[in-house]
Design a protein around this ligand. Structure first.
Ligand code: UDX
Ligand code: UDX
Ligand code: ADP
Length: 479
């Protein structure tokens, strides 16, 4: 089976970059990315794309209008496609059964019903969104209960492993592409058809095929493992702060063991992003439904520890500022959940900001890529506060770090943007209130230099004194 036309439902952080790269690498395939939001599609068709992702602009510019299209004409795109990716959002349920843990599959269900209504020829339907195990079964049930004569469906699971900020590199140089399908001749034919698409640029050895449920669970497992590493190193960061050990040295030593490896051992203010917490909560919910409470409790601890880490950091800020931040001006540098993205979903900066606002602080926020409205949205929507007007009065958004810190009692660094390392801290010291405090939630600044300028500095996983770091007695720097 040859794939000539692909349709993608959902032009978000996953669907947009993934399909742009498919179009770029497969000039023989027409790729149409659809969204029900006209505004989103207009942005994809403009010079300012709706998401910031290094390298994305170039790829879109090269293919848009040739074999890559962004459209709201969902009906036509579905009808002409051989293969349809479902890349719609799967937020955590906020009401009803499984509230706060289970994924809300209403958008997945909506997309499946749309396909069932509109399709007039055979389709391979590929679930791309991160979904709970057995979501493919839901899609299958809806499609097969609504089959029309001459229309057959194959459902595949093809989870996306890209990380934001490095999406294009991750897609172009994928370590692995995972495709799960039904163990029937037709199922395997569909798997091979999708393999053929990826083989345009991914070496065949990097394309793993499996059954649908293993594929779905692998995605949750990968994110759970990654998040668990961060909670593990963050738990040690607390031990380091209490003992005088340095978490970076510990991570370096531990990561040298090839069984452990050096990546994803960066202690931080806590993990954020749309995937980690949501996927672990899915795994917890699944375990509870399967009557495996010990498994649920094991993974719950990874999420609970992350909340503790975010709160621990914020508590440190408040305690250092003489236990009161009421009416104090505090500069928040960085609002996205990590560098090189404008995405704020589950960003630890939200938790830090909210607590400081609750304590009466006035926040002056700067992020290089997050839009002003997005910051207001995150801090004022009903699940965060029931006093949006008060919150609005107490936040000011800046377009440079220097203007945000002017007159501030403290600078709280929440995101590891490279430009923060290049700031002129002497200049910053001169315009801040004294004593001037810096809380480096990402361990990226030169703490000794800051202390020498006159700052009081606190960071994650390392105890600092005004004169410099305290090394544990007898410790040696590893090569
Ligand atoms: C361990 C560490 O590997 C070693 O670096 C340290 O110095 C001492 O502790 P050891 O206990 O001798 O070494 O054996 P190891 O191979 O780590 O296995 C420990 C246990 O884990 C065994 O019971 C093993 O069967 C089990 N294991 C190991 C698993 O169940 N699954 C695995 O994937 C690996
Ligand atoms: C993650 C997975 O990496 C990706 O494979 C999956 O497809 C989607 O979820 P993403 O959430 O975009 O990607 O970013 P990631 O780089 O994983 O970072 C997640 C969070 O963990 C960020 O807040 C980041 O700052 C934090 N982090 C990451 C740490 O605190 N320490 C680390 O060592 C690594
Ligand atoms: P992700 O990070 O998973 O890509 P996003 O929220 O960034 O999630 O994007 C999901 C997109 O899917 C949104 O732009 C939303 O409007 C779109 N969407 C949801 N349901 C449908 C649907 N049935 N058809 C087309 N687009 C949809």
């Amino acid at each position: 089976m040859v794939i000539e036309k692909i349709c993608c439902l959902g032009a978000g952080y996953v669907g947009g970059p993934t399909c742009s790269v498919i179009a770029w690498k497969c000039p023989d395939i027409k790729v149409t990315v659809c969204d029900k939001s006209i505004e989103r599609i207009n942005q994809w068709n403009s010079d300012k794309l709706p998401i910031y992702e290094p390298g994305l602009d170039e790829v879109v510019k090269e293919c848009r209008g040739k074999n890559l299209f962004f459209s709201t004409d969902i009906a036509n795109s579905i009808q002409e496609a051989d293969l349809i990716f479902i890349s719609v959002n799967t937020p955590t349920k906020t009401i009803g059964n499984g509230k706060g843990r289970a994924a809300d599959l209403k958008y997945i269900e909506g997309a499946a019903r749309m396909i069932a209504d509109l399709a007039t020829s055979n389709k391979i339907v590929v679930e791309k969104s991160t979904v709970p195990v057995k979501a493919a079964e839901i899609i299958m049930k809806i499609l097969r209960a609504n089959t029309k004569p001459g229309v057959e469906y194959q459902i595949l699971s093809n989870p996306e492993f890209l990380a934001e900020g490095t999406a294009i590199v991750d897609l172009v140089e994928s370590e692995r592409v995972l495709i799960g399908g039904e163990d029937t001749p037709e199922g395997q034919k569909a798997v091979q058809a999708l393999c053929w698409v990826y083989e345009h640029w991914i070496p065949a050895k990097n394309i793993l095929t499996t059954n649908t449920w293993s594929s779905e669970l692998s995605k949750l497992a990968a994110n759970a493992f990654l998040a668990q590493r961060i909670s593990s190193i963050n738990s040690l960061s607390a031990v380091c702060e209490a003992t005088g050990a340095d978490v970076s040295e510990v991570a370096r030593a531990v990561g040298r063991d090839s069984r452990i490896g050096p990546k994803f051992l960066e202690a931080s203010i806590g993990f954020g992003g749309s995937c980690f917490q949501k996927d672990i909560l899915n795994l917890i919910y699944l375990s509870e439904c399967l009557n495996l409470p010990e498994v649920a409790a094991y993974w719950q601890q990874v999420v609970s520890f992350n909340d503790y880490q975010k709160n621990r950091f914020t508590r440190k800020v408040i305690e250092s500022l003489f236990n009161t931040v009421s009416d104090k001006k505090i500069a928040i540098l960085g609002f996205s959940f990590k560098k090189n993205t404008g995405d704020t979903r589950e960003s630890p900066a939200i938790c830090v900001s909210k607590t400081l606002l609750d304590e009466g602080a006035k926040l002056h926020i700067y992020d290089p890529k997050v839009e002003t409205d997005q910051i207001y949205y995150e801090l004022t929507h009903p699940q965060v506060t029931n006093e949006p007007e008060v919150v609005r009065k107490n936040i000011e958004i800046h377009n440079s770090a220097y203007s945000a810190v002017t007159g501030a009692h403290a600078l709280v660094l929440c995101t590891e943007w490279d430009e923060f390392k290049e700031l002129d801290f002497k200049k910053i010291y001169n315009v801040m209130m004294k004593p001037a405090y810096i809380f480096d939630g990402r361990k990226i600044l030169d703490h000794e230099a800051l202390i020498n300028i006159g700052f009081h500095v606190q960071t994650i996983g390392k105890r600092l004194s005004r004169t410099g770091s305290i090394r544990a007695q007898g410790s040696q720097t590893l090569p």
